[in-house]
Design a protein around this ligand. Structure first.
Ligand code: NAP
Ligand code: F7E
Length: 321
């Protein structure tokens, strides 16, 4: 039986990935931070089928202990401080988690078992002020936030450990991916949740920042499969994962409000406090390498994704009534 350790199992991607690995017959371990109140909502429905190990990307020994106990064949490093605006408020902590945390996990692998295959959750935020469009594995990085800078470090240290120590380590450069399990502060979920709440009379308006920004948005459930595919190839290669279609935040708002039959312009207000110190204006990914070598393609399109999220938010509100 194959064993996998997932860091960030309580997050959006970790929760989908662990479920996917269970379906593939893996024994799944998840690294979780100790907390006075548990945040296991996303994995509650299969918690009895995974083994949770306490640890933190800040704590080297806890990573070595987690690997020694689980003896995984594969490690998926999804844990990070992942919210871009928070990275300006806590740049040093973001660097500790999102950048140095990667080195700590790679060092743990080097100490415990160099045969462990390693996946690093890299990000399209590394492209930042884009050097070319669309962005591929060959596009140079120009990050625009402390988060993007930290992810660029995580990417290069992964490449470096592959080349220095012959570890099967890959960096998946994933563009934005969303789902009903997305955190409420990210723009897709903020919008779908607000559309549902406004429809049910629980909220009167929605404050947003830059409506002009463009993102290449896909469905998290599709993207986690690409992570597994990358680790189950003969060669460790880095891949861009994206849909190849870009939409404005404004389009996202329009689709969400249309789903609940409301005119978004009556409810959305611009709040300058939500505009970022430096913005990533346009992201559009070229995932042709993943298509040709991994046979990976997205299944859910933009409109389908946003409607799925609105419907889930409406259903959750109605279930609570
Ligand atoms: P998420 O929902 O914010 O989940 C982050 C996870 O990291 C949570 O489980 C969190 O645990 C854990 N974590 C944070 N700091 C930690 C630490 N110091 N030690 C151990 N665990 C820690 O993020 P996501 O959307 O699933 O994204 C997964 C990964 O992919 C992240 O690395 C993110 O930066 C990257 N990424 C995401 C996207 C996207 O569009 N979603 C795109 C590209 C890359 P708690 O529950 O305890 O907070
Ligand atoms: O913002 C604009 C905002 O916070 C998207 C993370 O998963 O994907 C994510 O990072 C866009 C930006 O995601 C609001 O200015 C407007 O242009 O949903 P977001 P992100 O910053 O792209 C990448 C790939 C990651 O790796 C990250 O971990 O939407 N926007 N108004 C807003 N954004 C937010 N959050 N809130 C607003 O009110």
């Amino acid at each position: 039986m194959k064993r996998a350790l997932v860091t960030g199992i309580t997050g959006q991607d970790g929760s989908y990935l662990a479920e996917f690995l269970l379906q593939k017959g893996y024994q799944v371990y998840g690294l979780v931070r100790r907390s006075s109140t548990e945040s296991f909502e996303r994995i509650d429905h299969y918690r009895d089928r995974v083994t949770l190990l306490q640890g933190d990307l800040l704590d080297q020994n806890s990573l070595i202990a987690a690997l020694s106990e689980s003896r995984p064949h594969e490690v998926y490093n999804l844990a990070a401080q992942s919210f871009v605006p928070a990275s300006w408020n806590q740049p040093v902590l973001t660097g500790e988690f999102t950048a140095l945390g990667v080195t700590r996990m790679l060092e743990a692998i080097r100490v415990v078992d160099k045969g462990i295959r390693f996946y690093q959750a890299s990000s399209s935020e590394m492209f930042g002020r884009v050097r070319e469009t669309p962005q591929s594995e060959h596009t140079p990085f120009y990050p625009r936030s402390p988060y993007g800078v930290a992810k660029a470090y995580g990417h290069f240290i992964t490449v470096n450990y592959r080349e220095s120590y012959d570890i099967f380590a890959v960096s998946g450069i994933l563009f934005n991916h969303e789902s009903p399990r997305r955190g409420l502060e990210f723009v897709t979920r903020k919008v779908t949740n607000a559309a549902a709440r406004i429809k049910r009379g629980l909220q009167q308006e929605l404050k947003l920042g830059n409506l002009d920004a463009r993102r290449d948005w896909g469905f998290a459930g599709d993207y986690i499969e690409a992570m597994w595919l990358m680790l189950n190839q003969p060669e460790p290669i880095d891949y861009v994962i994206a849909t190849g279609k870009s939409h404005q935040v404004r389009d996202l708002v329009a689709v969400a409000f249309e789903r609940v039959g409301l005119d978004w312009e009556r409810y959305v207000k611009i709040d300058p406090a939500l505009v970022r110190p430096a913005e990533v204006d346009l992201l559009l990914g070229d995932a042709s390498l993943a298509k040709s070598r991994l046979g990976w393609e997205p299944r859910v399109d933009f409109e389908g994704l946003i409607r799925m999220m609105v419907d889930a938010d409406l259903a959750a509100l109605d279930a609570r009534r």
